[in-house]
Design a protein around this ligand. Structure first.
Ligand code: 3H9
Length: 696
């Protein structure tokens, strides 16, 4: 092939087919240089009578990640993606998209405007909604014409991803190939050119019916599933409009809506979150050109709930796993739990039997710690008992190779006390998973005093490989996640003392957007567990905090949370919760004994106190360097505790309100609740004085 490069697109000829390959590492984003390259390729294609068809393909690991997110908010340079897409659609000669890896957002829109789509094993999605926007270059007006309204809505309003067989089955692509994609695409393009039929334009297909009942049903569904989110609702509106509007007018409206959505605070928050997650992955030490170590064999020491979840996560990522359990019985139970997780994935159509067999074939169980000897990493994950952990870690240290990394999945123990149980403190760090570890996206990687850059880089890379977002934090009691959570929990308890009810606090926070309120969450975690945590922190607690012994009283009354059918709430046999007058009475007695008069507390105060408790502690964590950057805090809260991502996270939320206002409110609650709980963080004081922001 005779090849020349125009900007970020390589153009070549294969017989009478022009081949344009996008080449814009790392993800073939449709940056200006790509758009200019595609435009030039189209010029050549239209001009040259010697070519009768064109293929758009891509170099690298994926077809295209879509519009270049870094260009959002800048003045976009022509040619626009919409112009290119319109030219493709209208071409009198056929164009085929050859899709490998992933076609996302604008990348998929490019393919939708072609006259044929052929793919190897790939994934297809319009994830714009995750950025608070909607497709703006024909995704909304074209996709439903190919795959129907329901499938298109799921993809556009929810960001659902399809794989190649699914895309083939619903008509999104025309062909799927196992072998050489580019050659197959060239052959397909030549076939289309040889046909006497005019190129098949998606725009010429009818928009499927979308009647008012279905619109209403979709609106309600998304209001339930994505409360407070604007873009999914807008998607329904756009579909309704496109179903009764000529194609070109509808395409123009789609673009306008995309631009309008870009200016909303939700989109700003969601785009900020995307950048925050990207930043979190940049462990400072990794920036010093440290290449992470290859990890293929992992050990999991501890076969309890966390160990099982971590095992599944590692197996899913293609690793070989040796799972250590103390007894054959515990190991057997863990094996059954892992198999059950996979059986349910098969039942839900998420995994094939073959894929499960492959995963299970990579799992070895053992009751002998010496079986860990060949592991590249061992994650210790037994219960939070310092001595027991030290003993196990020391045994692991004695059996594995010198380079092996040992990570501990502790959520609050002193890392140095654990590191000192090894002869390799440089190869030791915390890796704090959240339950259920195979599903929860967040991992806190915790730097111990002597953890090497290589160790931290390797843990960050491993978390990424597991499909998780890792935030690397410094040691501190509870690290970032649990330290902040404990402050919110404390404030929620104070609110109960002051007169709020568990149901009110939970309702206010779920209305704000948290999936679950603090008291329902406490019932899930187990009140005995929380009482034990409070007991372990008792010495460091203030008088007021000690006196808020509501959890202890509930536990003494036999209310352990969901597992005993009673906690802050009462649960029926189906697990449905209801308020319990016995809890109201227990709170009343508690207040009487403490001499606290209950008062009516407004919802606004409940919300403000819970959020400010987070914001202030988050700022302290940044100030003292436990969190490397304020945006890491937001990643922890959006990914770990369901802080509504369209509000950015506590640091973004505070920055949007303005730090002078936040400082004002902290001072207000310092007086009303107690100086020691709301004493403004020095960082907030300083930023308020400078009119600065914590993030964004
Ligand atoms: C859109 O298309 C709008 C249209 O409708 C048109 C409107 C008019 N742009 O995640 P990775 C960076 S909206 C710029 O580590 P992976 C990423 O930040 C767009 N940069 O790799 C990272 O940079 P760094 C809709 C992007 O293999 C590097 O590439 N598309 C973009 O784990 C490597 O990424 C999306 O929302 C981008 N579009 O995953 C796709 N995408 O090295 C969002 C990535 O400096 N992206 N980068 O940190 C993704 O889902 C994943 O990044 C992807 C690769 C699956 C592509």
């Amino acid at each position: 092939m005779n090849q020349h490069a125009t900007t970020s697109v390589l153009v070549s000829r294969a017989g009478r087919v022009l081949v344009a390959e996008i080449d814009n590492s790392p993800v073939n984003a449709l940056s200006h240089s790509v758009r200019a390259g595609l435009s030039a390729a189209l010029d050549a294609f239209e001009r040259d009578d010697g070519v009768e068809a064109m293929v758009i393909a891509a170099r690298g690991k994926l077809f295209s990640a879509g519009a270049d997110i870094t260009e959002f908010g800048t003045s976009m340079q022509q040619p626009f993606l919409g112009d290119i897409v319109a030219r493709l659609d209208g071409s009198r000669k056929p164009v085929v998209a050859a899709i490998s890896g992933k076609a996302l957002g604008g990348g998929l829109e490019l393919a939708l405007a072609c006259h044929g789509r052929i793919a190897s094993a790939a994934a297809f999605a319009l994830p714009e909604v995750r950025l608070g926007i909607l497709p703006g270059s024909g995704g909304v007006v074209r996709l439903p014409r190919l795959v129907g309204v329901e499938q298109a809505l799921e993809m556009i309003a929810e960001g659902k991803e399809l794989n190649s067989p699914e895309a083939l089955a619903c008509g999104l692509i025309d062909r799927c190939v196992d072998g050489d994609l580019l050659n197959a695409a060239i052959g397909y393009a030549a076939e289309l050119a040889a046909s006497s039929d005019a190129p098949r334009r998606t725009s010429a297909l009818p928009f499927p019916p979308f009647d008012e009942d279905r619109q209403e049903e979709a609106r309600k569904r998304y209001a339930r599933k994505y409360p407070g989110r604007e873009a999914p609702q807008k998607a329904v509106e756009l579909f309704a409009m496109a179903s009764k509007t000529p194609f070109d007018d509808a395409a123009r409206r789609e673009y306008e809506v995309c631009k309008e959505l870009l200016t909303t605070s939700q989109s700003r928050a969601l785009r900020y979150s995307f950048q925050a997650e990207k930043a979190a992955r940049r462990v400072e030490t990794v920036l010093n050109n440290v290449q992470p170590r290859e990890i293929e064999r992992a050990g999991v020491a501890g076969a309890g709930t966390m160990g099982r979840g971590i095992t599944v996560a590692l197996l899913n990522a293609g690793l070989h796993v040796t799972l250590y359990g103390r007894t054959e019985t515990s190991l057997e139970r863990a094996r059954e739990a892992v198999a059950k997780t996979y059986a349910s994935a098969v039942k839900r159509g998420r995994l094939t039997e073959e894929a499960v067999n492959d995963r299970l074939s990579r799992l070895t169980g053992t009751t002998g710690i010496s079986s860990m000897s060949g592991c590249d990493i061992v994650v210790e994950t037994i219960s939070e008992d310092l001595d027991a952990k030290r003993t196990l870690i020391s045994a692991i240290d004695g059996t594995v190779g010198d380079d092996t990394i040992i990570a501990t999945n502790t959520s609050f123990l002193d890392l140095e006390a654990l590191a000192s149980a090894t002869s390799r403190p440089q190869n030791f760090a915390g890796m704090h998973f959240f339950n259920p570890a195979n599903l929860m996206k967040l991992v806190e990687n915790v730097r111990a005093e002597k953890s090497s850059a290589l160790t931290l880089a390797t843990l960050a890379a491993l978390a990424h490989r597991l499909g998780k977002i890792a935030v690397t934090v410094g040691p501190s009691e509870g690290f970032v996640a649990n330290r902040m959570l404990s402050k919110r929990t404390r404030e929620a308890l104070f609110l109960l003392q002051d007169g709020a009810t568990p149901a009110q606090v939970d309702r206010v926070l779920t209305e704000f957007g948290f999936p679950v309120g603090p008291f329902a969450l406490a019932d899930m975690a187990g009140l005995d567990v929380l009482a034990a945590t409070r007991a372990s922190r008792f010495d460091g607690m203030s008088e007021r905090e000690r006196s808020a012994d509501i959890v202890e009283r509930l536990v003494a009354a036999g209310r352990l949370g969901r597992k005993s059918g009673e906690g802050y709430y009462r649960y029926d046999a189906d697990g449905r919760k209801a308020e319990d007058p016995a809890v109201a009475e227990l709170l009343e007695i508690h207040r009487r004994e403490r001499g606290i008069g209950a008062r009516q507390i407004g919802d606004a105060e409940v919300l403000e106190r819970c959020l400010l408790a987070l914001v202030n502690e988050g700022a302290n964590l940044v100030d003292e360097g436990t969190a490397a950057r304020a945006s890491d805090i937001d990643v922890v809260w959006t990914r770990g505790f369901g802080f509504p991502v369209h509000l950015g996270g506590p640091m973004f939320w505070a920055s949007e309100r303005g730090l002078p206002h936040i400082l004002d409110r902290l001072r207000h609650y310092s007086c009303a609740v107690g100086e020691e709980f709301f004493a403004p963080s020095p960082l907030i004081k300083q930023l308020a004085a400078d009119n600065g922001r914590l993030v964004g």
